[in-house]
Design a binder for this molecule. Sequence first.
Ligand code: AMP
Length: 394
Amino acid sequence: MYKTIKDLDLDNKKVIIRCDFNVPIQDGKIVDDNRIVQSLQTINYAISKNAKVILMSHLGRIKTEEDLKKNSLEVVAKRLQELLDTKVIFVRQTRGKELEDCIHALQPKEVLLMENTRFEDLNGKKESSNDEGLGKYWASLGDVFVNDAFGTIHREHASNVGISAHLESAIGFLIEKELEELGKLNHPKREFVVLLGGSKVSDKIGVIKNLVTKADKILIGGGMSYTFLKAKGYEIGQSLLDEENISFCKDVLSQYEEKIYLPVDTVVTDNIDEKNIVKNVSIDQIDSDLMGVDIGSKTIEAYSNLVKQAGTVLWNGPLGVYEVDAFAKGTKALLKAVSESSAVSILGGGDIVAAATEFGYKDKVTHASTGGGATLTYLEGVALPGLKNIAEKE
Ligand code: AMP
Protein backbone atom coordinates (compact mmCIF):
# COMPACT_ATOMS: atom_id res chain seq x y z
CA MET A 1 0.00 0.00 0.00
CA TYR A 2 1.51 3.30 -1.06
CA LYS A 3 1.40 6.57 0.82
CA THR A 4 -1.62 8.52 -0.45
CA ILE A 5 -2.59 12.18 -0.60
CA LYS A 6 -4.45 11.65 2.67
CA ASP A 7 -1.11 11.01 4.40
CA LEU A 8 0.26 14.43 3.41
CA ASP A 9 -0.12 17.76 5.18
CA LEU A 10 -1.49 20.02 2.44
CA ASP A 11 -2.55 23.04 4.49
CA ASN A 12 -1.18 26.22 2.90
CA LYS A 13 1.34 24.10 0.96
CA LYS A 14 2.24 24.35 -2.71
CA VAL A 15 1.01 20.95 -3.86
CA ILE A 16 2.17 19.74 -7.27
CA ILE A 17 -0.30 17.22 -8.69
CA ARG A 18 0.77 15.26 -11.78
CA CYS A 19 -2.50 14.53 -13.59
CA ASP A 20 -3.23 12.67 -16.79
CA PHE A 21 -4.98 15.25 -18.96
CA ASN A 22 -3.89 13.49 -22.16
CA VAL A 23 -7.38 13.73 -23.69
CA PRO A 24 -8.30 13.18 -27.35
CA ILE A 25 -8.66 16.50 -29.18
CA GLN A 26 -10.16 17.07 -32.63
CA ASP A 27 -10.29 20.46 -34.35
CA GLY A 28 -9.28 22.13 -31.10
CA LYS A 29 -12.10 20.52 -29.11
CA ILE A 30 -11.93 17.84 -26.42
CA VAL A 31 -13.69 14.71 -27.73
CA ASP A 32 -13.75 12.80 -24.43
CA ASP A 33 -13.09 14.53 -21.08
CA ASN A 34 -13.11 11.30 -19.02
CA ARG A 35 -9.49 11.67 -17.94
CA ILE A 36 -10.14 15.22 -16.66
CA VAL A 37 -13.24 14.06 -14.81
CA GLN A 38 -11.28 11.20 -13.23
CA SER A 39 -8.74 13.71 -11.81
CA LEU A 40 -11.32 15.84 -10.02
CA GLN A 41 -11.47 13.89 -6.77
CA THR A 42 -7.79 14.47 -6.03
CA ILE A 43 -7.85 18.13 -7.09
CA ASN A 44 -10.99 18.84 -5.07
CA TYR A 45 -9.51 17.10 -2.03
CA ALA A 46 -6.39 19.30 -2.25
CA ILE A 47 -8.57 22.41 -2.53
CA SER A 48 -10.63 21.31 0.48
CA LYS A 49 -7.41 20.94 2.49
CA ASN A 50 -6.42 24.54 1.77
CA ALA A 51 -3.64 23.71 -0.68
CA LYS A 52 -2.15 25.95 -3.35
CA VAL A 53 -2.71 23.58 -6.24
CA ILE A 54 -0.18 23.33 -9.09
CA LEU A 55 -1.25 20.94 -11.85
CA MET A 56 1.01 19.33 -14.43
CA SER A 57 0.25 17.00 -17.33
CA HIS A 58 1.47 16.02 -20.75
CA LEU A 59 -0.71 16.12 -23.87
CA GLY A 60 0.21 14.15 -26.99
CA ARG A 61 3.74 13.92 -28.32
CA ILE A 62 5.96 16.89 -29.05
CA LYS A 63 8.48 16.46 -31.84
CA THR A 64 8.21 19.66 -33.89
CA GLU A 65 7.32 23.35 -33.42
CA GLU A 66 3.99 22.52 -35.13
CA ASP A 67 3.15 20.07 -32.32
CA LEU A 68 3.38 22.91 -29.80
CA LYS A 69 0.34 24.63 -31.35
CA LYS A 70 -1.75 21.45 -31.48
CA ASN A 71 -0.94 20.30 -27.96
CA SER A 72 -1.37 23.28 -25.69
CA LEU A 73 -3.18 22.48 -22.44
CA GLU A 74 -5.17 25.73 -22.68
CA VAL A 75 -8.27 23.85 -23.87
CA VAL A 76 -7.93 21.53 -20.84
CA ALA A 77 -7.66 24.54 -18.49
CA LYS A 78 -11.00 25.84 -19.82
CA ARG A 79 -12.76 22.50 -19.39
CA LEU A 80 -11.23 22.03 -15.95
CA GLN A 81 -12.48 25.44 -14.89
CA GLU A 82 -16.03 24.45 -15.89
CA LEU A 83 -15.81 21.13 -14.05
CA LEU A 84 -14.23 22.53 -10.88
CA ASP A 85 -16.30 25.68 -10.79
CA THR A 86 -13.10 27.44 -9.70
CA LYS A 87 -10.85 29.76 -11.68
CA VAL A 88 -7.94 27.87 -13.23
CA ILE A 89 -4.88 30.03 -13.79
CA PHE A 90 -3.25 28.78 -16.99
CA VAL A 91 0.46 29.55 -17.47
CA ARG A 92 1.88 29.16 -20.98
CA GLN A 93 5.29 28.13 -19.71
CA THR A 94 6.93 24.98 -18.41
CA ARG A 95 9.69 26.99 -16.76
CA GLY A 96 10.66 30.63 -16.29
CA LYS A 97 9.79 33.84 -14.54
CA GLU A 98 6.09 34.03 -15.41
CA LEU A 99 5.51 30.53 -14.05
CA GLU A 100 7.53 31.19 -10.91
CA ASP A 101 5.78 34.54 -10.27
CA CYS A 102 2.32 33.02 -10.71
CA ILE A 103 3.16 30.18 -8.31
CA HIS A 104 4.59 32.67 -5.82
CA ALA A 105 1.34 34.66 -5.93
CA LEU A 106 -0.86 31.55 -5.61
CA GLN A 107 -3.25 31.59 -2.64
CA PRO A 108 -4.70 28.60 -0.73
CA LYS A 109 -7.57 26.96 -2.68
CA GLU A 110 -6.36 28.47 -5.97
CA VAL A 111 -5.55 26.23 -8.93
CA LEU A 112 -2.82 26.75 -11.50
CA LEU A 113 -2.19 24.62 -14.58
CA MET A 114 1.22 24.73 -16.21
CA GLU A 115 1.69 24.22 -19.98
CA ASN A 116 2.20 20.69 -21.38
CA THR A 117 5.19 19.04 -19.69
CA ARG A 118 6.25 17.54 -23.02
CA PHE A 119 6.98 21.01 -24.41
CA GLU A 120 10.29 20.21 -22.69
CA ASP A 121 10.79 17.36 -25.18
CA LEU A 122 11.36 19.71 -28.10
CA ASN A 123 14.97 20.36 -27.19
CA GLY A 124 16.53 17.14 -26.00
CA LYS A 125 13.51 15.12 -24.72
CA LYS A 126 14.06 16.47 -21.21
CA GLU A 127 10.65 15.41 -19.88
CA SER A 128 10.53 11.95 -21.47
CA SER A 129 14.13 11.08 -20.61
CA ASN A 130 13.69 12.21 -17.00
CA ASP A 131 16.32 14.92 -17.23
CA GLU A 132 17.65 15.34 -13.71
CA GLY A 133 17.87 19.14 -13.84
CA LEU A 134 14.29 19.44 -15.06
CA GLY A 135 12.86 17.20 -12.34
CA LYS A 136 14.80 19.13 -9.72
CA TYR A 137 13.59 22.48 -11.12
CA TRP A 138 9.94 21.43 -11.15
CA ALA A 139 10.29 20.04 -7.63
CA SER A 140 11.63 23.44 -6.52
CA LEU A 141 8.25 24.97 -7.46
CA GLY A 142 6.33 23.02 -4.80
CA ASP A 143 6.37 21.74 -1.23
CA VAL A 144 4.88 18.26 -1.76
CA PHE A 145 4.11 16.07 -4.77
CA VAL A 146 1.12 13.92 -5.65
CA ASN A 147 1.26 11.54 -8.60
CA ASP A 148 -2.23 10.86 -9.93
CA ALA A 149 -1.38 10.19 -13.58
CA PHE A 150 -2.11 6.50 -13.91
CA GLY A 151 -1.82 6.75 -17.71
CA THR A 152 1.93 7.48 -17.47
CA ILE A 153 2.77 5.27 -14.52
CA HIS A 154 4.64 2.89 -16.84
CA ARG A 155 7.04 5.71 -17.79
CA GLU A 156 9.95 7.24 -15.93
CA HIS A 157 9.56 10.92 -16.75
CA ALA A 158 10.76 14.16 -15.16
CA SER A 159 7.18 15.10 -14.20
CA ASN A 160 6.63 11.96 -12.13
CA VAL A 161 9.83 10.16 -11.08
CA GLY A 162 12.01 13.26 -11.51
CA ILE A 163 9.95 15.44 -9.17
CA SER A 164 9.28 12.72 -6.62
CA ALA A 165 13.04 12.21 -6.18
CA HIS A 166 13.18 15.63 -4.50
CA LEU A 167 9.86 16.09 -2.65
CA GLU A 168 7.77 14.23 -0.11
CA SER A 169 5.43 12.31 -2.43
CA ALA A 170 2.23 10.28 -2.48
CA ILE A 171 -0.31 8.88 -4.92
CA GLY A 172 -3.68 10.47 -5.64
CA PHE A 173 -7.14 8.87 -5.50
CA LEU A 174 -7.16 7.78 -9.17
CA ILE A 175 -3.94 5.80 -8.93
CA GLU A 176 -5.06 4.42 -5.58
CA LYS A 177 -8.32 3.21 -7.15
CA GLU A 178 -6.60 1.72 -10.20
CA LEU A 179 -4.10 -0.19 -8.04
CA GLU A 180 -6.89 -1.42 -5.78
CA GLU A 181 -9.13 -2.61 -8.64
CA LEU A 182 -6.33 -4.14 -10.73
CA GLY A 183 -4.93 -5.62 -7.49
CA LYS A 184 -8.07 -7.79 -7.27
CA LEU A 185 -6.51 -9.84 -10.07
CA ASN A 186 -3.81 -11.01 -7.67
CA HIS A 187 -6.45 -12.81 -5.57
CA PRO A 188 -9.13 -13.48 -8.17
CA LYS A 189 -12.46 -15.06 -7.44
CA ARG A 190 -12.39 -18.32 -9.45
CA GLU A 191 -12.82 -19.05 -12.23
CA PHE A 192 -10.52 -16.35 -13.46
CA VAL A 193 -11.30 -15.90 -17.16
CA VAL A 194 -9.24 -13.61 -19.40
CA LEU A 195 -10.49 -12.29 -22.72
CA LEU A 196 -7.55 -11.29 -24.85
CA GLY A 197 -7.89 -9.54 -28.20
CA GLY A 198 -6.37 -6.63 -30.06
CA SER A 199 -4.17 -6.56 -33.08
CA LYS A 200 -0.73 -7.97 -32.42
CA VAL A 201 0.67 -10.86 -30.40
CA SER A 202 3.95 -8.95 -30.01
CA ASP A 203 2.26 -6.24 -27.88
CA LYS A 204 0.84 -8.82 -25.49
CA ILE A 205 3.66 -11.33 -25.00
CA GLY A 206 4.48 -10.11 -21.47
CA VAL A 207 0.78 -10.10 -20.56
CA ILE A 208 0.24 -13.63 -21.89
CA LYS A 209 3.31 -14.96 -20.08
CA ASN A 210 2.15 -13.47 -16.77
CA LEU A 211 -1.57 -14.24 -17.00
CA VAL A 212 -1.27 -17.76 -18.32
CA THR A 213 0.11 -18.81 -14.94
CA LYS A 214 -2.66 -17.07 -12.98
CA ALA A 215 -5.83 -17.43 -15.05
CA ASP A 216 -8.01 -20.51 -15.33
CA LYS A 217 -9.01 -19.81 -18.92
CA ILE A 218 -7.71 -17.47 -21.61
CA LEU A 219 -10.14 -16.81 -24.46
CA ILE A 220 -8.35 -15.39 -27.46
CA GLY A 221 -9.92 -13.25 -30.17
CA GLY A 222 -9.11 -10.24 -32.34
CA GLY A 223 -6.25 -9.93 -34.79
CA MET A 224 -3.89 -11.86 -32.55
CA SER A 225 -6.02 -15.03 -32.66
CA TYR A 226 -5.00 -15.74 -36.27
CA THR A 227 -1.32 -16.11 -35.36
CA PHE A 228 -2.37 -18.65 -32.71
CA LEU A 229 -4.54 -20.41 -35.30
CA LYS A 230 -1.66 -20.43 -37.78
CA ALA A 231 0.53 -21.93 -35.04
CA LYS A 232 -2.03 -24.75 -34.81
CA GLY A 233 -1.74 -25.37 -38.53
CA TYR A 234 -4.86 -23.56 -39.85
CA GLU A 235 -4.79 -21.57 -43.08
CA ILE A 236 -5.71 -17.98 -42.20
CA GLY A 237 -5.87 -16.35 -45.67
CA GLN A 238 -5.21 -12.62 -45.53
CA SER A 239 -5.86 -12.34 -41.76
CA LEU A 240 -3.42 -10.48 -39.56
CA LEU A 241 -0.29 -12.58 -38.99
CA ASP A 242 2.52 -11.87 -36.58
CA GLU A 243 5.00 -14.16 -38.29
CA GLU A 244 7.81 -13.65 -35.81
CA ASN A 245 5.67 -14.87 -32.95
CA ILE A 246 4.28 -18.09 -34.39
CA SER A 247 6.82 -20.09 -32.40
CA PHE A 248 5.90 -18.21 -29.19
CA CYS A 249 2.24 -19.12 -29.80
CA LYS A 250 3.21 -22.77 -30.45
CA ASP A 251 5.11 -22.90 -27.15
CA VAL A 252 2.28 -21.36 -25.14
CA LEU A 253 -0.27 -23.66 -26.76
CA SER A 254 1.75 -26.77 -26.09
CA GLN A 255 2.41 -25.81 -22.46
CA TYR A 256 -1.06 -24.54 -21.57
CA GLU A 257 -3.31 -26.23 -24.12
CA GLU A 258 -6.13 -26.87 -21.65
CA LYS A 259 -6.31 -23.19 -20.61
CA ILE A 260 -6.21 -21.49 -23.99
CA TYR A 261 -9.34 -21.19 -26.08
CA LEU A 262 -9.27 -20.13 -29.73
CA PRO A 263 -12.13 -19.13 -32.04
CA VAL A 264 -13.96 -22.02 -33.73
CA ASP A 265 -15.41 -19.73 -36.38
CA THR A 266 -14.78 -16.25 -37.72
CA VAL A 267 -16.29 -13.45 -39.76
CA VAL A 268 -14.30 -12.95 -42.95
CA THR A 269 -14.31 -10.20 -45.55
CA ASP A 270 -12.50 -9.29 -48.75
CA ASN A 271 -12.05 -5.64 -47.86
CA ILE A 272 -12.65 -3.86 -44.54
CA ASP A 273 -13.92 -0.70 -46.25
CA GLU A 274 -15.89 -2.05 -49.21
CA LYS A 275 -17.17 -5.27 -47.65
CA ASN A 276 -18.26 -6.97 -50.91
CA ILE A 277 -18.05 -10.30 -49.12
CA VAL A 278 -18.91 -10.74 -45.43
CA LYS A 279 -19.54 -14.25 -44.14
CA ASN A 280 -19.28 -16.41 -41.04
CA VAL A 281 -17.06 -19.43 -41.66
CA SER A 282 -15.64 -22.27 -39.65
CA ILE A 283 -12.01 -21.73 -38.68
CA ASP A 284 -10.80 -24.41 -41.11
CA GLN A 285 -12.54 -22.73 -44.05
CA ILE A 286 -10.91 -19.33 -44.39
CA ASP A 287 -10.46 -18.66 -48.15
CA SER A 288 -6.95 -17.66 -49.15
CA ASP A 289 -8.10 -14.24 -50.41
CA LEU A 290 -10.23 -13.33 -47.34
CA MET A 291 -9.33 -11.99 -43.91
CA GLY A 292 -10.76 -12.66 -40.46
CA VAL A 293 -12.16 -9.52 -38.85
CA ASP A 294 -14.33 -10.74 -35.95
CA ILE A 295 -15.06 -13.87 -33.95
CA GLY A 296 -17.93 -15.91 -35.39
CA SER A 297 -21.36 -16.73 -33.94
CA LYS A 298 -20.40 -20.14 -32.48
CA THR A 299 -17.38 -18.58 -30.78
CA ILE A 300 -19.57 -15.79 -29.39
CA GLU A 301 -21.85 -18.39 -27.86
CA ALA A 302 -18.99 -20.49 -26.44
CA TYR A 303 -17.10 -17.50 -25.00
CA SER A 304 -20.32 -16.01 -23.53
CA ASN A 305 -21.03 -19.30 -21.73
CA LEU A 306 -17.51 -19.38 -20.30
CA VAL A 307 -17.87 -15.78 -19.09
CA LYS A 308 -21.13 -16.72 -17.32
CA GLN A 309 -19.27 -19.29 -15.19
CA ALA A 310 -16.50 -16.86 -14.22
CA GLY A 311 -15.85 -15.33 -10.80
CA THR A 312 -13.47 -12.78 -12.31
CA VAL A 313 -13.23 -11.55 -15.90
CA LEU A 314 -10.33 -9.50 -17.19
CA TRP A 315 -10.55 -8.21 -20.73
CA ASN A 316 -7.84 -6.59 -22.81
CA GLY A 317 -8.19 -5.83 -26.52
CA PRO A 318 -11.29 -5.97 -28.75
CA LEU A 319 -12.29 -9.28 -30.36
CA GLY A 320 -12.70 -7.82 -33.84
CA VAL A 321 -12.37 -4.63 -35.86
CA TYR A 322 -14.94 -2.99 -33.58
CA GLU A 323 -14.54 0.42 -35.22
CA VAL A 324 -16.53 -0.97 -38.21
CA ASP A 325 -20.11 -1.75 -37.27
CA ALA A 326 -20.26 -4.94 -39.34
CA PHE A 327 -17.28 -6.36 -37.43
CA ALA A 328 -18.18 -5.19 -33.92
CA LYS A 329 -20.66 -8.00 -33.19
CA GLY A 330 -18.27 -10.23 -31.20
CA THR A 331 -16.97 -7.40 -29.04
CA LYS A 332 -20.52 -6.11 -28.42
CA ALA A 333 -21.93 -9.55 -27.58
CA LEU A 334 -19.15 -10.32 -25.10
CA LEU A 335 -19.47 -6.86 -23.51
CA LYS A 336 -23.13 -7.71 -22.97
CA ALA A 337 -22.26 -11.12 -21.51
CA VAL A 338 -19.64 -9.62 -19.19
CA SER A 339 -21.99 -6.86 -18.03
CA GLU A 340 -24.71 -9.43 -17.26
CA SER A 341 -22.42 -11.84 -15.41
CA SER A 342 -22.05 -11.72 -11.63
CA ALA A 343 -18.25 -11.82 -11.97
CA VAL A 344 -15.88 -9.08 -10.91
CA SER A 345 -15.25 -7.56 -14.34
CA ILE A 346 -12.22 -5.51 -15.24
CA LEU A 347 -11.60 -3.88 -18.60
CA GLY A 348 -7.87 -3.47 -19.03
CA GLY A 349 -7.67 -0.04 -20.62
CA GLY A 350 -7.11 1.13 -24.20
CA ASP A 351 -9.39 0.08 -27.05
CA ILE A 352 -11.66 -2.20 -25.07
CA VAL A 353 -12.60 0.70 -22.79
CA ALA A 354 -13.16 2.88 -25.87
CA ALA A 355 -15.43 0.13 -27.26
CA ALA A 356 -17.29 -0.26 -23.95
CA THR A 357 -17.82 3.51 -23.80
CA GLU A 358 -19.10 3.65 -27.38
CA PHE A 359 -21.47 0.70 -26.95
CA GLY A 360 -22.78 1.82 -23.54
CA TYR A 361 -21.21 -0.84 -21.29
CA LYS A 362 -18.50 1.13 -19.49
CA ASP A 363 -20.63 1.74 -16.40
CA LYS A 364 -21.87 -1.84 -16.33
CA VAL A 365 -18.54 -3.41 -15.40
CA THR A 366 -16.74 -3.41 -12.05
CA HIS A 367 -13.81 -1.35 -13.30
CA ALA A 368 -12.75 0.19 -16.60
CA SER A 369 -9.09 1.10 -16.30
CA THR A 370 -8.05 4.57 -17.49
CA GLY A 371 -4.62 3.32 -18.56
CA GLY A 372 -3.54 1.88 -21.90
CA GLY A 373 0.16 1.04 -21.83
CA ALA A 374 0.10 1.53 -18.05
CA THR A 375 -2.48 -1.21 -17.58
CA LEU A 376 -0.59 -3.55 -19.90
CA THR A 377 2.58 -3.00 -17.86
CA TYR A 378 0.60 -3.75 -14.69
CA LEU A 379 -0.79 -6.92 -16.27
CA GLU A 380 2.73 -8.00 -17.22
CA GLY A 381 3.36 -8.19 -13.48
CA VAL A 382 6.42 -5.93 -13.55
CA ALA A 383 7.18 -2.94 -11.29
CA LEU A 384 5.58 0.35 -12.29
CA PRO A 385 8.36 2.93 -12.82
CA GLY A 386 6.14 5.91 -11.94
CA LEU A 387 5.84 4.68 -8.35
CA LYS A 388 9.59 4.43 -7.84
CA ASN A 389 9.99 7.21 -5.27
CA ILE A 390 6.64 6.85 -3.50
CA ALA A 391 7.02 5.36 -0.06
CA GLU A 392 5.07 2.26 0.89
CA LYS A 393 3.24 2.13 4.19
CA GLU A 394 2.13 -0.83 6.26
P1 AMP B 1 -4.76 -3.30 -29.45
O1 AMP B 1 -4.32 -1.87 -29.46
O2 AMP B 1 -3.65 -4.28 -29.63
O3 AMP B 1 -5.68 -3.62 -28.30
O4 AMP B 1 -5.61 -3.49 -30.78
C1 AMP B 1 -6.79 -2.80 -31.04
C2 AMP B 1 -7.05 -2.86 -32.51
O5 AMP B 1 -7.12 -4.20 -32.92
C3 AMP B 1 -8.35 -2.22 -32.91
O6 AMP B 1 -8.08 -1.07 -33.66
C4 AMP B 1 -9.03 -3.29 -33.75
O7 AMP B 1 -9.59 -2.79 -34.95
C5 AMP B 1 -7.91 -4.22 -34.08
N1 AMP B 1 -8.38 -5.57 -34.41
C6 AMP B 1 -9.18 -6.35 -33.69
N2 AMP B 1 -9.45 -7.49 -34.35
C7 AMP B 1 -8.81 -7.43 -35.53
C8 AMP B 1 -8.70 -8.29 -36.65
N3 AMP B 1 -9.33 -9.46 -36.69
N4 AMP B 1 -7.95 -7.89 -37.69
C9 AMP B 1 -7.32 -6.71 -37.65
N5 AMP B 1 -7.36 -5.84 -36.62
C10 AMP B 1 -8.10 -6.20 -35.57
